[in-house]
Write a protein that binds this ligand. Structure first.
Ligand code: SAM
Ligand code: SF4
Ligand code: SF4
Length: 446
């Protein structure tokens, strides 16, 4: 009861900052909605609305998500050994400038990440046009993308520099040999040249794009991680973030050549911790910001699918169903989810109609309302959310259980909403069952 009262107080306090005097949430939201439409910073007004709706635990929202990731293209030039992209799963459908122009509400989103799955954004012919158009709609919006950098050469570099807020390059290595071993069809010299050229143009803009590197850490590249500090410094890269190699994807779909499961650093914990400590010192010396998953030697607990230092998690609440949307653009089945644990098997429940100019129909569809109702219940009855609170999703031994969970969670959502799964969902389920078998036999053979 006291939690309810303190929550209510928080809502009232926040809301009274917005509308002095007697507070009524509906009136405040409706006033803000009007203000949002004509504001020069509509995402800021939307963010205030979103905070109020989250605090109040509303199921039906007037605010748009504050973070949105949108995958614009399902095709890639590369064949990274750790990625599950492969010839058999290429989806040739792409989003075009005209599709994006049908979504004027995108300006309400605080952070728009022009990536959200597999594919190489800079391969998309309309990519520079899309970035320029979005930047024009709301120059203060945070616009991000992640790329392998192969197509960053001029004139693309000049059109993106200063308009993207952050450009992340998936580098995944610190030497030519490892880079070209891991990222098949990619050239180290080409990406280095592109980055140098990009920075020359970028540094001359009024608001230079921030450059970052990401690194999928594996047994093959962990020992050279400290060397990346100098590479990053020389190129004016602001930050480097590493993540663990996730097996679920690659062993789900990717055909050879793929990395073997024992490339996961969960099987090389001491070495991983030692290399990350050395890298921390090297990045500090180079004055490049560096982030990494928790060291294996640390005492941790699980918070929303990842290991965090024990007693550091700031409560079990998850804001994703209010704040986050991932848009999958595939032609046959465009759908929206609020996190990667609510996956393709939901596609029939959250379809995105690009002809529908109001995203709100999807954002407030029964499955999103159900998630907002159930995600922070204690104990949590939603199978996917309960899993997320008890499993380290990067751990190899979570990969098969995660796929099993996704099948059960999908059945649960269909049951709770009284819906029958579509043919596409039934097909996805069969593929998932096959992948579970592959993962289990792969892990057993180690
Ligand atoms: C799938 S890619 C799409 C964008 C672009 N092609 C790129 O590589 O930057 C998005 C990110 O996922 C990462 N990634 C791919 N496979 C992964 C895996 N098995 N585990 C963890 N991260 C992975 C990539 O390194 C990249 O940073
Ligand atoms: S990680 Fe990116 S660049 Fe590499 S194959 Fe996957 S989608 Fe392509
Ligand atoms: S699975 Fe549930 S708890 Fe986990 S991030 Fe998604 S919505 Fe949040």
């Amino acid at each position: 009861m006291s939690t309810v009262i303190s929550r209510l107080r928080r809502v009232l306090r926040k809301a009274s900052d917005v509308v002095p005097g007697r507070f009524d949430l509906d009136t405040a939201l409706s006033d803000l909605r009007q203000e949002r439409d004509s504001s020069p910073v509509p995402h800021e007004v939307n963010q205030r609305m979103n905070a109020m709706e989250l605090e109040a635990g509303r199921e039906e929202l007037l605010s748009y998500p504050i973070y949105m990731a949108m995958n614009l293209i399902g095709v890639c030039n590369a064949r990274c050994r750790f990625c599950f992209y492969g010839d058999d799963i290429i989806d040739k459908s792409v989003l075009k400038l005209e599709d994006i122009q049908r979504m004027p509400w995108l300006r309400f989103v605080s952070t728009l990440d022009l990536f959200g799955g597999l594919g190489e954004p800079l391969l998309l012919p309309d990519f520079p046009d899309i970035v320029e158009w979005l930047h024009e709609q709301n120059p203060a919006q945070t616009l991000l993308t992640t790329s392998n950098g192969a197509f960053l050469a001029s004139p693309v570099a000049g059109r993106l520099a200063g308009k993207l807020s952050n450009l992340n390059i998936s580098l995944n290595a610190a030497t030519r040999a490892t880079y070209e071993h891991l990222m098949l069809n990619c050239s180290w010299d080409r990406v280095m040249k592109n980055l140098q050229e990009f920075q020359e143009i970028n540094q001359a803009t009024t608001r230079p794009t921030r450059l970052s590197f990401s690194y999928v850490a594996t047994r093959s590249n962990i020992e050279e991680l400290p060397k990346l500090a100098e590479v990053a410094k020389d190129l004016g890269v602001a930050s480097v973030g590493i993540s663990h190699f996730s097996l679920g994807g690659v062993w789900a779909k990717r055909k050879e050549p793929r990395l073997s499961m024992d490339e996961s650093l969960y099987f090389h914990q001491n070495l991983s911790d030692e290399c990350i400590r050395k890298a921390e010192a090297a990045f500090a010396k180079a004055k490049v910001s560096f982030s990494h998953p928790e060291l294996f030697s640390r005492e941790t607990e699980i918070h929303l699918g990842t290991r965090v230092p024990r007693n550091s998690a700031n409560g079990p609440d998850c804001p994703s169903p209010w704040q986050t949307a991932y848009i999958n653009p595939h032609k046959q089945s465009r759908w929206v989810s609020c996190c990667c644990s609510v996956n393709a098997m939901h596609q029939d429940m959250t379809p995105l109609d690009l002809e529908d100019t109001d995203f709100m129909r999807t954002w407030n569809s029964p499955v999103f309302r159900l998630m907002r109702r159930g995600v922070n219940e204690h104990p949590c009855r939603l199978i996917n959310c309960a899993f997320c609170r008890s499993h380290d999703k990067s751990a190899p031994d979570s990969a098969a259980p995660q796929l099993e969970m996704m099948i059960k969670a999908t059945e649960q959502y269909h049951d709770l909403l009284g819906q029958q799964p579509s043919d596409a969902v039934i097909k996805e389920k069969c593929e998932c069952e096959h992948r579970i078998g592959e993962l289990q036999s792969g892990i057993k053979s180690l």
